[in-house]
Design a protein around this ligand. Structure first.
Ligand code: PGA
Length: 250
């Protein structure tokens, strides 16, 4: 069976609830007949509820940009999977490179969050990717293998089906430097190969691997034409309804 592509908007720390609502109002008519891909909007926590209400009845899903690995407790400032489920969020981005870089997340903490997300039937979009020095130092493959093994540690094949991996080379995020479709496809092959070793060929064949890093309306088609690329995680170009709709409708 072919893998259903997933196109996700990562709004990062942008948009008030009113701005998020305005986006949805402009965006939905532009994708009204769209069925080819799973479309997911990931606003900040304060906008989740209004976006969820605004997309009701459309085919568009809503996810969080992060969550904590515990279900509840004295964890000031954190958000639990139960809270996300309670407001009907369906997806969650885990281990984004900005979380790794600025908030100390590691493969180990991301792995804990991944286990919790799976337990609560949230679709996890787990991010991996090398920084520029690692690519220039010829270490890309080593980094991708280490991160893939780390985030998937202890996950069983029977539980792995919902997992989505996003390959986001850090040097391409917000820089305007997109990985070429070939560079992205090669990285995706490394990740898929490792997933096959860890979780078996069937999980690897069904695994959706998204590309993220300066995806724009004008490069979306060439990226999505690669058989290895099963969708996109879009930052900057997802903030504008027209621009994100162009990517979705590549
Ligand atoms: P970008 O961000 O599209 O602005 O490069 C992608 C991401 O960080 O998910």
């Amino acid at each position: 069976m072919p893998r259903k592509p997933l196109i996700a908007a990562n709004w990062k720390m942008y948009k008030t609830p009113a701005q998020a609502q305005e986006f949805v109002k402009n965006f939905l008519p532009l994708v009204a007949r769209h069925e080819r891909d799973e479309i997911v909007l990931c606003p900040s926590f304060t906008s989740l509820s209004v976006v969820i209400a605004a997309v009701t009845g459309s085919g568009v899903a809503v996810g969080a940009q992060n969550m904590y690995s515990a279900e509840e407790g004295a964890f000031t400032g954190e958000t639990s999977p139960l809270m996300l489920k309670a407001i009907a969020a369906t997806h969650v981005i885990l281990g984004h490179s900005e979380r790794r870089q600025y908030f100390g997340e590691t493969d180990e903490t991301i792995n804990k969050k991944l286990n919790t997300a799976l337990k609560h039937d949230l679709v996890p979009i787990v991010c991996v990717g090398e920084v520029l020095a690692e690519r220039e130092g010829g270490k890309t493959e080593e980094v991708l293998l280490r991160q893939t093994r780390g985030v998937l540690a202890g996950i069983s094949a029977g539980k792995a089906a919902p997992i989505v991996i996003a390959y986001e080379p850090v040097w391409a995020i917000g820089t305007g430097k997109t990985a070429t479709p070939q560079i992205a496809a090669e990285a995706h092959k490394v990740i898929r190969g490792e997933v096959a070793k860890l979780l078996g060929a069937q999980v690897a064949d069904n695994l959706r691997i998204l590309y993220g890093g300066s995806v724009k309306p004008d490069n979306a088609t060439s990226l999505m034409n690669e058989a290895e690329i099963d969708g996109a995680l879009v930052g900057g170009a997802s903030l504008d309804a027209q621009s994100f709709a162009k990517i979705v409708n590549y």
